[in-house]
Design a protein around this ligand. Structure first.
Ligand code: PEP
Length: 256
């Protein structure tokens, strides 16, 4: 399967100058390598989306949103519709990120609505799931993951499932520099694949990319992605440094 290297820029790039600097350094780093086996995706703040699409899409980078509202249009002050993202050139949206679960009460049920609207609008949802440190300590990892998948993907038909991307992000590894072992990642990946094959046909379950996210760096990429056989990574902090992000992409792309 093609690999997915996805950057979540979060609430950064605060000025036009900062954004332009990021885009020009990303573009010049991008010219130094080819990624024949991977899709490179960046999810900037929505305010920057149009510019990112304009500058990077032609160079083979796809763009996504960090969040959407689960309605097409209307009186939802401050929100971004999935159709807006699509019409402005976005192809993906992150859903259920642990920061949205923590700060904005994004439950599995809310994530489910967003996934449905994203798919209905022609966007590919990147559905983030993962356990807290406490849940892992109490041996609840598998139950939490199963619940997040079953509730978050409820009612998504087999015919739509090939548009899904699943990102396993253990919450204790997001933004912390702690990473799970390769075996720990692989165990969860096997569980996710098993649940997907219960929800969908086995062939379809095999086609859904399962990524790892949480403190991915060039020095951890082999351990958290390549060794456990993940289909790519969702990268936070390191995606703000184009040379580092593309170094991660190179390691994963060339490790086929
Ligand atoms: C994330 O926020 O999805 C993430 C993985 O962040 P970081 O890489 O900084 O841990």
């Amino acid at each position: 399967m093609e690999k997915y290297i996805i950057g979540n820029l979060k609430m950064n790039l605060l000025t036009q100058a900062e954004r332009n600097h990021y885009l020009s350094s990303f573009s010049s780093e991008l010219k130094k390598s080819k990624f024949p086996n991977s899709k490179i995706v960046l999810c900037p703040p929505c305010l920057h989306m149009e510019k990112f699409v304009g500058i990077l899409q032609g160079a083979g980078v796809e763009i996504g949103a960090q969040n959407i509202f689960p309605e097409e249009r209307g009186s939802f002050t401050g929100e971004i519709s999935p159709l807006m993202v699509k019409n402005f050139g976005g192809k993906y949206t992150i859903v259920g990120h642990s920061e949205r679960r923590r700060y904005f009460d994004e439950t599995n049920a809310v994530a489910n609505e967003k996934i449905k609207l994203a798919l209905g609008s022609g966007l590919r949802p990147i559905y983030c799931i993962g356990e807290t440190e406490d849940e892992r300590r109490r041996d609840l990892t598998f139950d939490v993951i199963a619940g997040q998948l079953e509730e978050g993907l409820a009612g998504i038909a087999n015919t739509q499932a090939d548009k899904l991307v699943i990102a396993y992000e253990p919450i204790w590894a997001v933004g912390t520099d702690a990473v799970p072992t390769s075996d720990e990642v692989m165990e969860v990946k096997i569980l996710i694949r098993k649940i997907l094959s219960e929800l969908y046909s086995p062939e379809m379950a095999e086609r859904i990319p399962i990524l790892y996210g949480g403190s991915v760096k060039s020095r951890t990429a082999l351990e958290v992605c390549v060794e456990p056989g993940m289909d790519g990574v969702l990268v936070g902090r390191e995606s703000l440094i184009p040379i580092e992000f593309l170094k991660i992409a190179n390691i994963i792309d060339k490790a086929q």
